[in-house]
Design a protein around this ligand. Structure first.
Ligand SMILES: Cc1ncc(COP(=O)(O)O)c(C=O)c1O
Length: 372
Protein backbone atom coordinates (compact mmCIF):
# COMPACT_ATOMS: atom_id res chain seq x y z
CA UNK A 1 0.00 0.00 0.00
CA UNK A 2 1.39 3.44 -0.91
CA UNK A 3 1.02 6.81 0.75
CA UNK A 4 2.03 9.33 -1.91
CA UNK A 5 1.56 12.91 -0.66
CA UNK A 6 -1.96 13.36 0.65
CA UNK A 7 -3.33 10.55 -1.50
CA UNK A 8 -3.53 6.94 -0.42
CA UNK A 9 -3.24 4.25 -3.09
CA UNK A 10 -4.00 0.62 -2.33
CA UNK A 11 -1.43 -0.97 -4.67
CA UNK A 12 2.28 -1.38 -4.02
CA UNK A 13 5.32 -3.62 -4.29
CA UNK A 14 4.98 -7.38 -4.18
CA UNK A 15 7.42 -8.38 -1.43
CA UNK A 16 7.67 -12.01 -2.57
CA UNK A 17 8.84 -10.85 -5.99
CA UNK A 18 11.28 -8.32 -4.57
CA UNK A 19 13.01 -11.06 -2.58
CA UNK A 20 13.57 -13.12 -5.72
CA UNK A 21 15.09 -10.41 -7.95
CA UNK A 22 18.68 -10.69 -6.74
CA UNK A 23 18.70 -14.30 -7.99
CA UNK A 24 17.99 -13.17 -11.53
CA UNK A 25 20.64 -12.63 -14.22
CA UNK A 26 18.20 -10.76 -16.41
CA UNK A 27 17.63 -8.19 -13.67
CA UNK A 28 21.31 -7.24 -13.81
CA UNK A 29 21.50 -7.39 -17.61
CA UNK A 30 18.54 -5.01 -17.86
CA UNK A 31 20.17 -2.71 -15.34
CA UNK A 32 23.24 -2.57 -17.59
CA UNK A 33 21.17 -2.28 -20.80
CA UNK A 34 19.44 0.81 -19.37
CA UNK A 35 22.76 2.56 -19.88
CA UNK A 36 22.70 1.90 -23.64
CA UNK A 37 21.10 4.06 -26.31
CA UNK A 38 18.09 2.96 -28.37
CA UNK A 39 14.57 1.84 -27.47
CA UNK A 40 14.02 -1.11 -29.90
CA UNK A 41 10.48 -2.54 -29.91
CA UNK A 42 9.52 -0.40 -26.89
CA UNK A 43 10.24 2.74 -28.92
CA UNK A 44 8.12 1.54 -31.87
CA UNK A 45 5.25 0.64 -29.62
CA UNK A 46 5.47 3.98 -27.76
CA UNK A 47 5.34 5.89 -31.05
CA UNK A 48 2.42 3.83 -32.34
CA UNK A 49 0.35 4.22 -29.14
CA UNK A 50 1.08 7.96 -28.98
CA UNK A 51 -0.50 8.50 -32.42
CA UNK A 52 -4.02 8.52 -30.96
CA UNK A 53 -3.11 10.34 -27.75
CA UNK A 54 -2.88 13.95 -26.67
CA UNK A 55 0.65 13.31 -25.28
CA UNK A 56 3.70 11.16 -26.01
CA UNK A 57 4.28 7.84 -24.28
CA UNK A 58 7.83 7.33 -23.02
CA UNK A 59 9.49 4.14 -24.39
CA UNK A 60 10.77 3.32 -20.88
CA UNK A 61 7.16 2.90 -19.75
CA UNK A 62 6.53 0.20 -22.37
CA UNK A 63 7.09 -3.43 -21.36
CA UNK A 64 7.08 -5.93 -24.21
CA UNK A 65 5.21 -9.19 -23.73
CA UNK A 66 4.49 -12.37 -25.65
CA UNK A 67 0.93 -11.20 -26.46
CA UNK A 68 -1.69 -9.62 -24.22
CA UNK A 69 -2.32 -12.93 -22.44
CA UNK A 70 1.26 -12.83 -21.17
CA UNK A 71 0.76 -9.23 -19.99
CA UNK A 72 -2.29 -10.38 -18.02
CA UNK A 73 -0.27 -13.21 -16.47
CA UNK A 74 2.54 -10.92 -15.38
CA UNK A 75 0.31 -8.11 -14.13
CA UNK A 76 -2.07 -10.27 -12.11
CA UNK A 77 0.85 -12.21 -10.56
CA UNK A 78 2.40 -8.89 -9.51
CA UNK A 79 -0.81 -7.48 -8.04
CA UNK A 80 -1.57 -10.65 -6.07
CA UNK A 81 -0.24 -9.71 -2.66
CA UNK A 82 -1.74 -11.39 0.43
CA UNK A 83 -5.21 -10.04 1.30
CA UNK A 84 -5.60 -7.98 -1.89
CA UNK A 85 -8.68 -7.98 -4.11
CA UNK A 86 -9.45 -6.87 -7.67
CA UNK A 87 -12.61 -5.56 -9.36
CA UNK A 88 -13.45 -7.49 -12.53
CA UNK A 89 -16.39 -6.90 -14.88
CA UNK A 90 -19.38 -9.19 -15.32
CA UNK A 91 -19.57 -10.33 -18.09
CA UNK A 92 -15.83 -10.62 -18.55
CA UNK A 93 -12.89 -11.99 -20.49
CA UNK A 94 -12.42 -14.92 -18.10
CA UNK A 95 -8.63 -15.18 -18.37
CA UNK A 96 -8.42 -12.47 -15.70
CA UNK A 97 -10.67 -14.46 -13.38
CA UNK A 98 -8.78 -17.73 -13.70
CA UNK A 99 -5.40 -16.02 -13.38
CA UNK A 100 -6.53 -14.09 -10.29
CA UNK A 101 -8.06 -17.18 -8.64
CA UNK A 102 -4.91 -19.16 -9.32
CA UNK A 103 -2.79 -16.40 -7.73
CA UNK A 104 -5.18 -16.19 -4.74
CA UNK A 105 -6.14 -12.62 -5.62
CA UNK A 106 -9.72 -12.20 -4.40
CA UNK A 107 -12.19 -11.34 -7.19
CA UNK A 108 -15.05 -8.88 -6.71
CA UNK A 109 -17.37 -8.53 -9.67
CA UNK A 110 -19.01 -5.33 -10.83
CA UNK A 111 -21.78 -5.34 -13.41
CA UNK A 112 -21.84 -3.98 -16.93
CA UNK A 113 -25.43 -2.88 -17.54
CA UNK A 114 -27.05 -4.08 -20.79
CA UNK A 115 -29.88 -1.57 -20.44
CA UNK A 116 -27.28 1.25 -20.35
CA UNK A 117 -25.30 0.13 -23.39
CA UNK A 118 -23.13 -2.09 -21.16
CA UNK A 119 -21.78 0.87 -19.16
CA UNK A 120 -20.23 0.23 -15.75
CA UNK A 121 -22.53 0.24 -12.73
CA UNK A 122 -20.43 2.88 -10.97
CA UNK A 123 -22.38 3.01 -7.69
CA UNK A 124 -22.18 -0.74 -7.24
CA UNK A 125 -18.50 -0.65 -8.15
CA UNK A 126 -17.80 1.88 -5.42
CA UNK A 127 -19.66 -0.21 -2.87
CA UNK A 128 -17.53 -3.26 -3.70
CA UNK A 129 -14.14 -1.69 -3.02
CA UNK A 130 -12.22 -1.38 0.22
CA UNK A 131 -8.66 -0.48 1.20
CA UNK A 132 -7.40 -3.86 -0.07
CA UNK A 133 -8.72 -3.27 -3.60
CA UNK A 134 -5.68 -2.83 -5.81
CA UNK A 135 -7.12 -2.48 -9.33
CA UNK A 136 -10.15 -2.45 -11.54
CA UNK A 137 -10.27 -3.92 -15.02
CA UNK A 138 -11.93 -2.30 -18.00
CA UNK A 139 -11.93 -3.94 -21.43
CA UNK A 140 -12.49 -1.39 -24.19
CA UNK A 141 -13.70 -2.06 -26.90
CA UNK A 142 -15.41 -4.71 -24.88
CA UNK A 143 -15.08 -8.46 -25.13
CA UNK A 144 -17.69 -9.96 -24.67
CA UNK A 145 -20.33 -7.17 -25.00
CA UNK A 146 -19.20 -5.43 -28.20
CA UNK A 147 -19.71 -1.93 -26.79
CA UNK A 148 -17.25 0.97 -26.91
CA UNK A 149 -17.01 3.23 -23.85
CA UNK A 150 -17.57 6.96 -24.36
CA UNK A 151 -15.03 9.57 -23.32
CA UNK A 152 -17.41 10.86 -20.63
CA UNK A 153 -17.94 7.42 -19.14
CA UNK A 154 -14.21 6.65 -19.19
CA UNK A 155 -13.59 9.86 -17.27
CA UNK A 156 -16.18 8.88 -14.65
CA UNK A 157 -14.52 5.47 -14.27
CA UNK A 158 -11.11 7.13 -13.88
CA UNK A 159 -12.50 9.51 -11.23
CA UNK A 160 -14.14 6.65 -9.34
CA UNK A 161 -10.94 4.59 -9.44
CA UNK A 162 -8.93 7.56 -8.17
CA UNK A 163 -11.42 8.08 -5.32
CA UNK A 164 -11.06 4.41 -4.40
CA UNK A 165 -7.24 4.50 -4.61
CA UNK A 166 -7.04 1.74 -7.22
CA UNK A 167 -5.24 1.64 -10.56
CA UNK A 168 -7.09 0.99 -13.81
CA UNK A 169 -6.10 -1.99 -15.96
CA UNK A 170 -7.12 -0.87 -19.44
CA UNK A 171 -7.27 -3.94 -21.68
CA UNK A 172 -7.22 -2.31 -25.11
CA UNK A 173 -6.43 -5.41 -27.12
CA UNK A 174 -9.33 -4.44 -29.47
CA UNK A 175 -7.97 -0.91 -29.76
CA UNK A 176 -9.28 0.81 -32.91
CA UNK A 177 -11.57 -2.11 -33.76
CA UNK A 178 -14.66 0.10 -33.79
CA UNK A 179 -17.28 0.36 -36.51
CA UNK A 180 -20.20 2.20 -34.89
CA UNK A 181 -20.91 5.76 -33.80
CA UNK A 182 -18.45 5.97 -30.94
CA UNK A 183 -14.75 6.45 -31.65
CA UNK A 184 -12.20 4.53 -29.61
CA UNK A 185 -10.80 6.62 -26.75
CA UNK A 186 -7.92 5.20 -24.75
CA UNK A 187 -7.99 5.17 -20.95
CA UNK A 188 -4.47 6.59 -21.32
CA UNK A 189 -6.17 9.98 -21.78
CA UNK A 190 -7.10 9.90 -18.09
CA UNK A 191 -3.71 9.00 -16.62
CA UNK A 192 -3.55 12.46 -15.00
CA UNK A 193 -6.56 11.38 -12.90
CA UNK A 194 -5.61 7.79 -12.13
CA UNK A 195 -2.62 5.51 -12.79
CA UNK A 196 -3.31 3.27 -15.78
CA UNK A 197 -1.80 -0.04 -16.90
CA UNK A 198 -2.58 -0.22 -20.59
CA UNK A 199 -2.49 -3.69 -22.17
CA UNK A 200 -2.55 -4.51 -25.85
CA UNK A 201 -1.14 -6.60 -28.66
CA UNK A 202 -0.99 -7.05 -32.42
CA UNK A 203 -3.17 -10.19 -32.23
CA UNK A 204 -6.50 -8.57 -33.12
CA UNK A 205 -5.90 -5.49 -35.27
CA UNK A 206 -3.36 -7.30 -37.43
CA UNK A 207 -5.18 -10.65 -37.03
CA UNK A 208 -1.99 -12.49 -36.05
CA UNK A 209 -2.67 -14.06 -32.62
CA UNK A 210 0.02 -16.70 -33.20
CA UNK A 211 2.79 -14.10 -33.50
CA UNK A 212 2.62 -13.53 -29.75
CA UNK A 213 3.56 -9.88 -29.45
CA UNK A 214 1.99 -7.48 -26.99
CA UNK A 215 2.70 -4.77 -24.46
CA UNK A 216 1.97 -3.42 -21.03
CA UNK A 217 2.38 0.31 -20.60
CA UNK A 218 2.60 2.07 -17.24
CA UNK A 219 0.92 5.47 -17.53
CA UNK A 220 1.89 7.13 -14.33
CA UNK A 221 2.61 10.87 -14.76
CA UNK A 222 2.60 11.45 -10.98
CA UNK A 223 4.81 8.39 -10.32
CA UNK A 224 2.26 6.78 -7.97
CA UNK A 225 2.94 3.30 -9.34
CA UNK A 226 6.66 3.91 -9.48
CA UNK A 227 6.98 5.34 -5.96
CA UNK A 228 4.82 2.56 -4.51
CA UNK A 229 7.31 -0.04 -5.81
CA UNK A 230 4.73 -1.62 -8.12
CA UNK A 231 6.62 -0.82 -11.33
CA UNK A 232 9.79 -2.35 -9.88
CA UNK A 233 7.93 -5.53 -8.91
CA UNK A 234 6.37 -5.70 -12.35
CA UNK A 235 9.79 -5.49 -13.98
CA UNK A 236 10.98 -8.28 -11.70
CA UNK A 237 8.09 -10.57 -12.63
CA UNK A 238 8.84 -9.85 -16.29
CA UNK A 239 12.46 -10.78 -15.64
CA UNK A 240 11.34 -14.19 -14.43
CA UNK A 241 9.21 -14.68 -17.52
CA UNK A 242 9.67 -14.95 -21.28
CA UNK A 243 10.25 -12.34 -24.00
CA UNK A 244 8.46 -12.00 -27.34
CA UNK A 245 10.46 -13.76 -30.04
CA UNK A 246 13.36 -11.76 -31.40
CA UNK A 247 12.36 -11.93 -35.07
CA UNK A 248 8.91 -10.48 -34.29
CA UNK A 249 10.56 -7.79 -32.18
CA UNK A 250 12.75 -7.01 -35.20
CA UNK A 251 9.73 -6.71 -37.48
CA UNK A 252 7.66 -4.60 -35.08
CA UNK A 253 8.79 -1.15 -36.28
CA UNK A 254 7.61 -2.07 -39.80
CA UNK A 255 4.42 -3.84 -38.64
CA UNK A 256 3.33 -0.89 -36.50
CA UNK A 257 4.69 1.85 -38.68
CA UNK A 258 4.14 0.71 -42.25
CA UNK A 259 0.88 -1.23 -42.42
CA UNK A 260 -1.30 0.54 -44.99
CA UNK A 261 -4.51 2.18 -43.79
CA UNK A 262 -6.66 0.22 -46.27
CA UNK A 263 -5.61 -3.05 -44.57
CA UNK A 264 -7.41 -1.82 -41.45
CA UNK A 265 -10.29 -0.07 -43.18
CA UNK A 266 -11.25 -3.10 -45.27
CA UNK A 267 -11.19 -5.33 -42.19
CA UNK A 268 -13.39 -2.85 -40.31
CA UNK A 269 -15.82 -2.72 -43.22
CA UNK A 270 -16.20 -6.53 -43.11
CA UNK A 271 -16.69 -6.43 -39.33
CA UNK A 272 -19.28 -3.64 -39.62
CA UNK A 273 -21.29 -5.70 -42.10
CA UNK A 274 -20.99 -8.83 -39.95
CA UNK A 275 -22.08 -6.96 -36.80
CA UNK A 276 -25.06 -5.48 -38.64
CA UNK A 277 -26.07 -8.87 -40.08
CA UNK A 278 -25.74 -10.54 -36.69
CA UNK A 279 -27.89 -7.89 -34.99
CA UNK A 280 -30.60 -7.97 -37.66
CA UNK A 281 -30.76 -11.78 -37.87
CA UNK A 282 -30.93 -12.14 -34.07
CA UNK A 283 -33.97 -9.81 -34.09
CA UNK A 284 -35.81 -12.45 -36.14
CA UNK A 285 -35.37 -15.12 -33.45
CA UNK A 286 -38.16 -14.87 -30.86
CA UNK A 287 -36.41 -16.46 -27.86
CA UNK A 288 -33.18 -14.43 -28.22
CA UNK A 289 -32.67 -10.70 -27.70
CA UNK A 290 -29.62 -8.58 -28.34
CA UNK A 291 -29.87 -5.55 -26.03
CA UNK A 292 -27.21 -3.53 -27.78
CA UNK A 293 -25.97 -3.39 -31.35
CA UNK A 294 -22.23 -4.18 -31.28
CA UNK A 295 -19.98 -1.31 -32.28
CA UNK A 296 -16.55 -2.69 -31.46
CA UNK A 297 -14.47 -5.84 -30.78
CA UNK A 298 -15.77 -9.06 -32.42
CA UNK A 299 -18.51 -10.17 -30.05
CA UNK A 300 -21.99 -9.54 -28.80
CA UNK A 301 -24.00 -10.83 -25.83
CA UNK A 302 -27.56 -12.03 -26.40
CA UNK A 303 -30.15 -13.11 -23.85
CA UNK A 304 -32.18 -16.32 -23.91
CA UNK A 305 -35.87 -16.22 -22.97
CA UNK A 306 -36.74 -19.55 -21.37
CA UNK A 307 -40.44 -18.70 -21.18
CA UNK A 308 -40.50 -19.19 -24.94
CA UNK A 309 -38.40 -22.36 -25.00
CA UNK A 310 -39.35 -25.91 -24.16
CA UNK A 311 -37.10 -28.85 -23.22
CA UNK A 312 -34.08 -26.60 -22.59
CA UNK A 313 -33.34 -25.50 -19.04
CA UNK A 314 -30.28 -23.26 -19.32
CA UNK A 315 -27.58 -21.74 -21.56
CA UNK A 316 -25.28 -24.76 -21.31
CA UNK A 317 -27.98 -27.19 -22.40
CA UNK A 318 -28.94 -24.78 -25.19
CA UNK A 319 -25.36 -24.70 -26.50
CA UNK A 320 -24.77 -28.45 -26.15
CA UNK A 321 -27.98 -29.29 -28.05
CA UNK A 322 -27.15 -26.63 -30.65
CA UNK A 323 -23.74 -28.21 -31.23
CA UNK A 324 -25.27 -31.70 -31.48
CA UNK A 325 -28.24 -30.82 -33.70
CA UNK A 326 -26.82 -28.03 -35.88
CA UNK A 327 -23.02 -28.47 -35.62
CA UNK A 328 -22.88 -24.87 -34.44
CA UNK A 329 -20.62 -23.76 -31.61
CA UNK A 330 -21.72 -20.75 -29.54
CA UNK A 331 -20.26 -19.96 -26.13
CA UNK A 332 -22.71 -20.26 -23.21
CA UNK A 333 -22.92 -16.98 -21.29
CA UNK A 334 -21.82 -18.64 -18.05
CA UNK A 335 -18.33 -19.03 -19.58
CA UNK A 336 -18.02 -15.23 -19.44
CA UNK A 337 -19.94 -14.80 -16.19
CA UNK A 338 -23.56 -14.35 -17.39
CA UNK A 339 -25.71 -17.43 -17.02
CA UNK A 340 -28.51 -17.89 -19.55
CA UNK A 341 -26.95 -15.55 -22.07
CA UNK A 342 -24.87 -16.46 -25.14
CA UNK A 343 -21.68 -14.87 -26.44
CA UNK A 344 -21.74 -14.71 -30.21
CA UNK A 345 -18.58 -14.12 -32.25
CA UNK A 346 -19.41 -12.40 -35.53
CA UNK A 347 -15.84 -12.16 -36.83
CA UNK A 348 -16.32 -14.86 -39.45
CA UNK A 349 -16.86 -14.79 -43.20
CA UNK A 350 -20.25 -13.24 -43.94
CA UNK A 351 -21.63 -16.31 -45.72
CA UNK A 352 -20.61 -18.55 -42.81
CA UNK A 353 -22.14 -16.10 -40.36
CA UNK A 354 -25.44 -16.07 -42.27
CA UNK A 355 -25.40 -19.86 -42.35
CA UNK A 356 -24.70 -20.05 -38.60
CA UNK A 357 -27.45 -17.57 -37.73
CA UNK A 358 -29.93 -19.44 -39.89
CA UNK A 359 -29.04 -22.69 -38.08
CA UNK A 360 -29.51 -20.87 -34.78
CA UNK A 361 -32.92 -19.66 -35.92
CA UNK A 362 -33.96 -23.17 -37.07
CA UNK A 363 -32.85 -24.62 -33.76
CA UNK A 364 -34.70 -21.96 -31.74
CA UNK A 365 -37.90 -22.48 -33.76
CA UNK A 366 -37.70 -26.24 -33.24
CA UNK A 367 -37.35 -25.82 -29.48
CA UNK A 368 -39.89 -23.02 -29.07
CA UNK A 369 -43.07 -23.65 -27.08
CA UNK A 370 -45.85 -24.42 -29.49
CA UNK A 371 -48.80 -22.01 -29.52
CA UNK A 372 -52.00 -23.67 -28.16
C1 LIG B 1 -10.08 -8.97 -23.81
C2 LIG B 1 -8.88 -9.79 -24.24
N1 LIG B 1 -7.71 -9.59 -23.64
C3 LIG B 1 -6.62 -10.30 -23.99
C4 LIG B 1 -6.68 -11.28 -24.96
C5 LIG B 1 -5.44 -12.07 -25.30
O1 LIG B 1 -4.82 -11.49 -26.44
P1 LIG B 1 -3.49 -12.11 -27.08
O2 LIG B 1 -3.88 -12.96 -28.23
O3 LIG B 1 -2.68 -10.93 -27.52
O4 LIG B 1 -2.78 -12.88 -26.01
C6 LIG B 1 -7.89 -11.53 -25.62
C7 LIG B 1 -7.99 -12.58 -26.63
O5 LIG B 1 -9.04 -13.01 -27.04
C8 LIG B 1 -9.03 -10.76 -25.24
O6 LIG B 1 -10.22 -10.95 -25.83
Amino acid sequence: MAETGAKRWNFGANEAVELSCSQNVRYFLNLLADNLDGGGGGLAVAEYLSLDLSYEICPNDVHLTAGCHHAIDVLISTLAVPGANILLPRPTYPMYDSRASFSKLEIRRYDLLPENGWEVDLDALEALADDKTVALLLINPCNPCGNVFSRQHLQKIAETASKLGVLVIADEVYRNITFGEKPFVSMAEFAEIVPVMMLGSISKRWAVPGWRFGWMVTLDPHCFMKDSGLVHSLANVLNMSTDPTTFIQGAIPDILGKTKEDFFSSKLEVLRECAETCYEEIKKIPCITCPYKPEGSMFTMVKLDFLLLEDIKDDLEFCCKLAREESLIILPGRAVGLKNWLRITFAVELELLRDGLSRLNNFAQRHSKKQP
